[in-house]
Design a protein around this ligand. Sequence first.
Ligand code: GAR
Length: 216
Amino acid sequence: MSDKLKLGVLISGRGSNLQSLIDATQDPNFPAEIVTVITNVPDVAGLDRATKANIPTTVINHKDFDGRAPFEDALHAALQEAGVELVCLAGFMRLLTDGFVNRWLDRMINIHPSLLPSFKGLHTHERAIKAGVRFSGCTIHFVRPEMDDGPIIAQAAVPIRQDDTADSLAARVLVEEHKIYPLAVRLIAENRVSIENSCVKIEGASHSEQALINPN
Ligand code: GAR
């Protein structure tokens, strides 16, 4: 049996971040593998991506359950059944209860399209442009019960252009999302990530000395 970290990827839609993980795991040296892809929305494009990569998929439609607890029990059972060690939320658009989050504490990560802790929630690009900030970006973080909260593992900063629309900014941020998700998974799988006082420490991390200035 492989000693790679076993990932369960949860999606609700197009699955481009799932694709970035599939692509990364196709490198034989990548230290993690996707053992299951679960969606709460039937017939989403992300499911085809998983099927094409021969990854088992499950649809657990929240609408089939009477409340959040039984839905999350089914989710939990499916993840356990597949032997998942790290849950990767990749455009999974359901809020999770404290109970579920605590069952996967420090074993569940999320991608969010802003530089957290700014712009939690929805419509992040539109709100960043409206606020006039010069940078937006994306964040991978451990999941905590509060929405879009938790120790930050990796971020990418993307300069906002004066002529940006929410769509043009989203497209540039998405390119970076596809880089930092595999990076964060790799760091965790290599056992280089620890959490101290709610902050992530990464063994052997290197950092750019170069500041980003916008406009330049
Ligand atoms: C991504 O931009 C991701 O950051 C965002 O949904 C999109 C999913 O795209 N996630 C959230 O907004 C979570 N709060 P994808 O299905 O192509 O990966």
